[in-house]
Design a protein around this ligand. Structure first.
Ligand SMILES: [Ca+2]
Ligand SMILES: [Ca+2]
Length: 443
């Protein structure tokens, strides 16, 4: 009799353990999602406990390149999906990029082609409430003609709203200049005149409503003169979109964008990462002003930006991942008068001891600070590429106009903070090229 109770109790405990496991497993998990180059795959890294015991799964998009991946509830049904910009760039047919969504279903990943043959590269995606109606939409920015489109799911189909096309072309006709890449320099006939590097959805003017911010420049392949570059804000008044140019430069390319209260003033500011080596703070005091807050001559690219409380001290700071040649990771903290930079990582040094090819160019393409191992403290996740084309001496830098896209090599690294040593310790997750990255919850 007593034994039977023990068996029943044992079975009950087993059942509760099973229930608990099921509950935990069915909960949304924070995952790292990357988009890779050559081949164009979407990698999904799930964590259950320590970082080293991650599980990786992948989606083959069927294309050479996945430029960008974002996680969000784009169907507005309380379920996150992966949205990606994919294509073959100049390398093979079919030319022209696609924007696709992958939803995790019982049978695996279900693909939804949102738009096809948009432009040369579907470079960046933002997900958010762009019409200020309490629903998510997708914003896409492209290279080539330089198109910005908003996609909104109406329950049965995707509605398309084009808000920009070839901004540099418009500047060229106004100013009688020409930044279009001659077709004979390209592998197929396409307009290559405007690069939309990044698109963000945020309340940049602090009026409680979202706008779109985009960095737009002459194309990457344009080599006949210095690049021209602009930061544009697009506002929707309920009927139509209007554009305001808030920053412009010559000889620089504005690329990354971060919108947050980065100087603890209680108001959103815009941080812009420009090539080569500069960070600008854009502030709206009736008129937009621009301040150079970081000028670094070693690394060229300033692509990865985040703003998080990485030291768990109740104070967020800028996390910056740079690129070419070194791929450095910094944090920058506002001290009341300026932003103090601290170097916390160097990707090229991590790989130096493993790589037989010396002098690779390491280029961070994104950085995120998230608590990936669930210990209540943030880790820093950096993804990017290692460009072999220059190191192998096959082509000269000036001829290397398609160079960075060709590399299959790169990195995905998690830096974890060691409180006692006051150091950020890197752990390598992967060594394929990472062109885009996001961290979020997927059910
Ligand atoms: Ca606003
Ligand atoms: Ca953690």
């Amino acid at each position: 009799m007593r034994n039977r109770y023990f068996i029943l109790l044992f079975l009950l405990i087993l059942f509760l353990v099973f229930l608990f496991q099921f509950f935990v497993a069915s909960n949304e998990m924070e995952v790292i999602v990357t988009g890779t180059g050559n081949p164009g795959k979407i990698m999904i890294y799930a964590f259950d406990g320590p970082i080293s015991s991650y599980k990786r799964s992948e989606i083959d998009t069927g294309y050479n390149l996945v430029w960008t991946v974002r996680i969000g509830d784009v169907y507005n049904k309380g379920k996150n999906v992966i949205v990606a910009g994919v294509g073959n760039s100049f390398f093979s047919t079919p030319y022209g990029c696609q924007i696709v969504a992958y939803e995790l279903a019982a049978s695996g990943w279900k693909k939804d082609v949102i738009d096809s043959n948009v432009d040369l590269r579907c470079k960046d995606i933002a997900i958010g409430d762009v019409y200020n109606e309490g629903k998510n939409a997708i914003v896409l920015g492209t290279h080539g003609e330089g198109i910005i489109r908003v996609y909104k799911w109406d329950g049965t189909k995707w509605n398309r709203d084009e808000i920009e096309r070839n901004f540099i072309g418009q500047i060229d006709s106004q100013q009688n200049t020409n930044h279009r890449v001659p077709v004979e320099k390209l592998t197929y006939s396409t307009v290559d005149q405007t690069s939309i590097h990044m698109v963000k959805i945020a309340d940049v003017q602090n009026d409680g409503k979202n706008e779109i911010v985009a960095t737009e420049s002459s194309p990457l392949e344009y080599t006949s003169g210095p690049p021209i570059s602009f930061v544009n804000v697009y506002s929707f008044d309920g009927k139509k979109w209007s554009r305001t140019t808030i920053h412009d430069s010559k000889g620089l390319q504005d690329r990354s964008i971060l919108v947050d209260d980065i100087d603890y003033s209680g108001k959103n500011k815009i941080l812009i990462g420009a090539v080569p080596g500069k960070l600008f703070l854009l502030n709206d005091n009736g008129n937009w002003s621009s301040t150079l807050i970081f000028n670094q001559s070693y690394d060229k690219n300033m692509k990865g930006l985040d703003f998080q409380d990485i030291y768990s001290k109740g104070r967020k700071q800028i996390v910056l991942a740079t690129g070419v040649p070194g791929a450095l990771v910094y944090n920058l903290e506002w001290d009341g008068s300026k932003f103090q930079p601290t170097l916390i990582g160097n990707v090229s040094q991590i790989f130096e001891k493993y790589t037989v090819i010396k002098g690779l160019n390491y280029n961070s393409l994104d950085v995120k600070a998230k608590d990936i191992d669930n210990d209540g403290k943030l880790e820093i996740i950096v993804g990017g590429e290692a460009d072999t084309s220059l190191a192998l001496d096959k082509i000269k830098p000036q001829d290397n106009i398609f160079g960075w896209e060709t590399t299959p090599y790169g990195f995905l690294i998690i830096y974890k903070y060691d409180e006692s040593q006051k150091t950020w310790n890197p752990q390598i997750l992967d060594q394929n090229s990472v062109l885009g990255m996001d961290v979020g919850k997927i059910k």
